[in-house]
Design a binder for this molecule. Structure first.
Ligand code: NAD
Length: 493
């Protein structure tokens, strides 16, 4: 049964949505708008203003104007405001859950159990951390009285993708805000709803005008304008490696430091000594989570030859059991893909994979859940074969995995590391000494043991090589990424 909309969500979607600049709603100067769709049935949720360079200019100006006062607050004063924002986000949690589910198509139970509460927790984590941070650190240098003095950068820019709009908004902006920066956010044009709603809540909770600004727009106009804006002092981008390169190049031209959190093609290495059914079920869950639109998910499954056949059988059974349906249905385990474009991309990859010689274990393809006429649904897919197949090499971003059989520990580590991606892999074994050895050998930002997707605040998360650069998120160091060090020194007579 589809969950009925809360009154707040109905009201929010009843009028066209505008940008949030300097604490106020702003329409695009040229009146441009776009439709925001519900991927679960293809219907229009609301119209949203689409901005470009003019709106980005206004947002950067607002962020720069707000910076002196926000950065001058003592950390505990800022932390009090940020905790108030977190309180109010919690008060409106049910509305945020619905907006995330409606807009992304994700299962409402996932948005409720994970995306929104875990996102809000991020704000509290960095608010508390900011109070502990030492912003002036004495240096013991002979004959010089010296210290490192730390202060925020200024206006920081953020560009986000569509798969986890609220969590990524929080992971990105919370450390920057807590350390005294002001921010301009460009959410994905496909999924701007929770970001715009959260910005309103933050302002109502007392976040000063201009500290958080949101401009909705498409990538080549609004995203590119923000990445290249001379008023931005620090940039952060989450998305595909192809666009990450463009953002990095724009920042390079301005000599602006840039954090890039990019795609992945994670591996799961499963040894022969595991509970085969339990691991197969967990990995099936990893590729159906958020309909496989997860940067760090395990999409290359490397299974020890002794358990391969049984594992494949159990994984296929688990995937066939997955309940596919509208995001807002509480029975749904896997919602639709985010858009028809994304569905075409996933189906196209499966076709190319098959044409390239992959064996089909589960075919995938379009899905038509009972009682739903439209929407961007697909079935989970499992392919197998040699590792030079396109489906084993490129990020598909759908509920698909590619199976590989292995015998030897060193060889399988080599196979994991064959790709340039380096975001997250997992190793599954009862032998923890072996698991740790393999975990260390896999070249990536994250190696998980006997689980896939391990997240906590204080646990750094980031990528290497094609999966990103610049420090990652969620660690105490992320807070310091948004602070510039300055050496203050005086020679002693
Ligand atoms: P994308 O790169 O197409 O778009 C991301 C954002 O960049 C969007 O807001 C888009 O409008 C904007 N953009 C597009 N062109 C731009 C340009 N020229 N200049 C500036 N901005 C531009 O990615 P997507 O399809 O939205 O998201 C999927 C990708 O994101 C996958 O590769 C996924 O792995 C990655 N991702 C990574 C992480 C991580 O933490 N490493 C998290 C989530 C998603």
């Amino acid at each position: 049964m589809i969950t009925p909309l809360t009154p707040n969500v109905s009201r929010f979607l009843s009028t066209p949505l505008l940008h949030c600049v300097g604490g106020k709603s702003l329409a695009s100067a040229d009146g441009a708008t776009a439709q925001v769709l519900n991927p679960s049935d293809g219907s229009i949720l609301v119209n949203v203003s689409m901005g470009g360079p003019a709106e980005v200019d206004a947002a950067v100006a607002a962020a720069r104007k707000a910076f002196p006062a926000w950065s001058a607050l003592r950390p505990n004063e800022r932390a009090v405001i940020l905790h108030r924002v977190a309180d109010r986000l919690e008060k409106f949690q049910a509305d945020l859950v619905q907006l995330e589910s409606l807009n992304v198509g994700k299962a409402i139970t996932a948005a409720e159990g994970y995306d929104i509460p875990f996102g809000i927790q991020c704000l509290r984590y960095f608010a508390d951390l900011s109070v502990q941070a030492q912003m002036s650190v004495p240096l013991a240098i002979k004959n010089i009285e010296a210290r490192t003095y730390l202060s925020p950068y200024g206006a920081c820019g953020f560009v986000f993708p569509w798969n986890f709009p609220f969590i990524l908004l929080m992971w990105g902006t919370c450390p920057a805000l807590a350390s005294g920066n002001t921010v301009v956010v460009k959410p994905s044009e496909v999924t701007p709803l929770s970001t715009l709603f959260a910005a309103r809540i933050a302002i109502e909770a007392g976040l000063p005008e201009g500290v958080l600004n949101v401009v909705v727009g498409d990538g080549p106009t609004a995203g590119a304008a923000l990445s290249a804006h001379p008023g931005i002092k620090r940039m952060s981008f989450t998305g595909s490696p192809a666009v990450g390169r463009k953002v990095g190049e724009a920042c390079g031209r301005n000599l602006v430091p840039c954090k890039l959190e990019l795609g992945g093609k994670g591996a799961a290495v499963v040894f022969e000594d595991v509970d085969v059914e339990a691991v197969a079920t967990q990995l099936a869950g990893a590729i159906t989570l958020n309909t496989g639109q997860v940067c760090c998910t395990a999409t290359r499954w490397m299974i020890h030859e002794k358990i391969y056949d049984k594992f494949v059988d159990k994984a296929a059974q688990a995937l066939k059991r997955t309940r596919i349906g509208p995001g807002m249905d509480r029975e749904t385990q896997m919602g639709p893909l985010v858009s028809e474009t994304q569905r075409q991309r996933v189906l196209g990859y499966l076709e190319r994979g098959r044409a390239g010689g992959a064996a089909v274990v589960l075919e995938g393809g379009r899905a038509a859940p009972k009682g739903v006429e439209k929407g961007f649904y697909v079935q989970p897919a499992l392919l197998a074969g040699p590792d030079d197949n396109v489906c084993c090499q490129e990020e598909i971003f759908g509920p698909c995995a590619y199976l590989l059989r292995f015998r030897d520990e060193d060889a399988v580590v080599g196979q994991v590391n064959k790709l340039s991606y380096g975001l997250a892999n997992s190793v599954w074994s009862g032998d923890l000494r072996r698991a740790n050895r393999v975990a260390e050998g896999m070249v990536a930002g994250n190696s998980w043991i006997n689980a896939h997707n391990v997240f906590a605040y204080g646990l750094p998360y980031g990528g290497v090589n094609l999966s990103g650069t610049g420090g990652g998120v969620n660690s105490p160091e992320t807070f310091y990424d948004y602070i510039r060090p300055q050496t203050i020194a005086r020679p002693l007579a």
